[in-house]
Design a binder for this molecule. Structure first.
Ligand code: GLN
Length: 305
């Protein structure tokens, strides 16, 4: 495995030259485009890292997987899917249009920004501080990494420039999808996106999902198996936004990307994978990261289809 990962990282490094790091959140433009790393946690206890797997990056939309799990634990699927749908979309991740045109006017799914903001609003905690405290605690428990924290420079940068997310949230307040203080809910959302991790952390979250909700290394149950199934299904249909179909064909693994350059991929009953490469395509997904996953899936026959 180590040799395979090393060769995959080496010959996909050329793709780090393509695409651009995210700049719409100014702080993210400081990322080094040349970075490329992978970490694999198998369910039989092996772990392998290659390339820049120790470099920290912010979770961004990968955090939507964590908050979906926590919101499911807090509310149960019935209440959650009353507010947020489970349908894929061919629109961009920050699209506002379907919020007005669909009937009922609820966000399409928890993996796009509107649905994720609504999901965060459902997490228990009377203020953003309380919510983020619980989100951080939950993330640290799954990863076993007590040092996971918020990158406050990224948080500030996103809060100052996140007008599209603000528009989505106020729109959803007007239609009754979200209750409460909109700015406070946005603070919790911007903070969850600014949680700083490495490939290893996201591979561990993926391994728990691959293992149907149990931490493979300790047997501790994090979420019920049927919640893990819901989350993985939504990752397959919606995790790569309007590139989810192509990802399903080329890689075939439940995955979730973020504009920090990370991709979390959970191979049911086999392994969790974390990939990082900050240069993105137009859809906001890591170009080299996609190539690495495509090759690994082909080599190890990981597609679930
Ligand atoms: N924090 C980012 C945003 O809300 C997350 C988007 C992403 O990773 N695709 O725009």
């Amino acid at each position: 495995m180590q040799i395979l990962l090393s060769s995959i990282i080496n010959h996909n490094r050329k793709y780090t030259k393509e695409g651009e790091v995210a700049t719409y959140i100014p702080e993210l433009s400081k990322a080094d485009k040349n970075h490329l790393g992978i970490y694999v946690v198998t369910l039989d206890g092996e772990e392998y890292g290659e390339g820049d797997y120790n470099v920290k990056f912010t979770m961004q939309s990968i955090s939507k997987v964590v908050t979906l799990m926590l919101a499911l634990l807090d509310n149960g699927p019935e209440k959650l899917f009353e507010k947020i749908d489970m349908e894929p979309t061919a629109d961009t991740f920050n699209s506002i249009s379907s919020l007005e045109t669909r009937n009922p006017q609820k966000p399409l799914n928890p993996m796009i920004n509107s649905g994720a903001i609504a999901t965060t609003s459902l997490i228990y905690g009377e203020s953003s501080e309380k919510k983020i405290e619980r989100i951080l605690k939950f993330t640290r428990r799954i990863t076993g990494n007590k040092d996971i924290n918020i990158n406050y420079d990224v948080f500030k940068s996103e809060k100052e420039t996140g007008h599209r997310n603000r528009a989505l949230a106020y729109y959803m307040k007007s239609t009754g999808v979200i209750d409460g203080d909109v700015e406070d809910i946005l603070d919790a959302y911007f903070m969850q996106c600014s949680m700083e991790v490495t490939c290893k952390d996201i591979a561990r979250i993926a391994a728990m999902l691959a293992n149907n909700g149990l931490l493979p290394w300790s047997g501790e149950r994090i979420i019920p198996a049927h919640y893990a199934r819901i989350v993985k299904t939504i990752m397959v249909t919606c995790g790569m936004y309007d590139e989810s179909g192509e990802f399903a064909v080329k890689v075939g693994i439940p995955g979730k990307s973020g504009v920090g350059g990370g991709i979390l991929a959970a191979v049911p009953n086999r392994m969790g994978i974390g990939v990082f490469g900050p240069a993105l395509n137009k859809k906001g997904n890591s170009i080299a990261g996609l190539k690495v996953l495509e090759e690994l899936s082909r080599e190890l026959d990981l597609s679930i289809f």
